[in-house]
Design a protein around this ligand. Sequence first.
Ligand code: ADP
Length: 402
Amino acid sequence: MNILVINCGSSSLKYQLIRMEDEFVLAKGSVTRIGIMGSELVHKPSNKEVYDIKTPIKTHGVAIRLVLQALFDKDHGVIESEKDIACVGHRVLHGGTKYRAAAFVNEDVKNIIKSHIELGPLHNPANLIGIDACEHNLSGVPNAAVFDTGYGTTMEPKAYLYAIPREYYDKYHVRRFGFHGTSHSYVSKRTMELVGLNRDNCKIIVCHLGNGSSISATQDGNCVDTSMGLTPLEGLPMGTRSGDLDPAILEYICRREKKSIQDMLYILNHKSGVFGLSNGLSSDFRDLRAAAERGDRVAAETLDVFAYRIIKYIGAYAAAMNGVDAITLTGGIGENATWLRPMIFDNLRYLGVKMDLEKMENTVGKEMIISAPDSKVTVSVIPTNEELAIARECKRLLEETK
Ligand code: ADP
């Protein structure tokens, strides 16, 4: 059984075709700059040469047709036709709280995605276009949606309610949803397996640290809290997103700088985070680390803010769960930035965290427990694999409905 996983962004599309019997990636690739000058398809079949074409790609529909051609091609393809695809799994950003797990696309699912466009203006429209394009080009192949907000649906009101007039929750469903759900779900499950924790009796904190960053608390297999909120703007400082701040700052800067709320939201989403804090030096943590090592005080301070806020979230979630058995790092920064680890874990000795220095300093991009055997909390690095998590969800859905 092969499952095609599609992740449509506003101007890009990433895909993986996974053979589920052995979870082998038959091919993966991306289409970038859709609808912009310089569009490109990069197709990486397993055991074959990379196939790369630069051609105008005006819409996501055209992009999907190109991806299918590449998958079916006799030279660089890996399957013969759509008959070799059991299901297409679409990563969908915002689906509110109705769907916790993968759902076959029907009118209700499409309406849910449409009704959350306001909260996911860049992704939800692209996700819908991706679904439509697959429906048109792969007749007879079922499409399933896997929502980034799905994992957060198990939170209790005390975790998801904001302390604002309740009518805004009642009327507009203003609440914490949480994002990166497939990653938090996958990594927390892998943590249970790696550390040997029992699903019904475990407390896990997952730090997904990438260009977008979020932290989740999972107790007894269910998400009990997570740092992103109504939108992916809340929580940790990110590449360009501010994360948590005093809401009064918005009005204060608007007044001082004669800006509108829309201007401010643009700034908070695209010009803030470590990019903004470093005076526009970079949103990439590799650049910031290199600058800090050269003695750049602003870059060093920016990284301190990032690490400090992670420490605070871990403390908050350990308190919320009345303890923590395991803390896991994932995402581009979590998996690779070895220098960040002492900045965080030196401050968690009060929890009984004891690191294995050699493993902490040398584990890059692979699964590994990096705490010492006698640490009270097991710290691990687990590379996230959102595509595989989506494909597994689709497989389960197909098997359930057989
Ligand atoms: P996304 O949220 O786009 O999926 P990723 O999880 O791929 O992001 O993470 C991308 C980020 O990871 C980059 O912005 C970069 O700052 C960081 N990163 C990647 N490799 C390293 C590294 N070796 N050291 C530090 N940071 C890294």
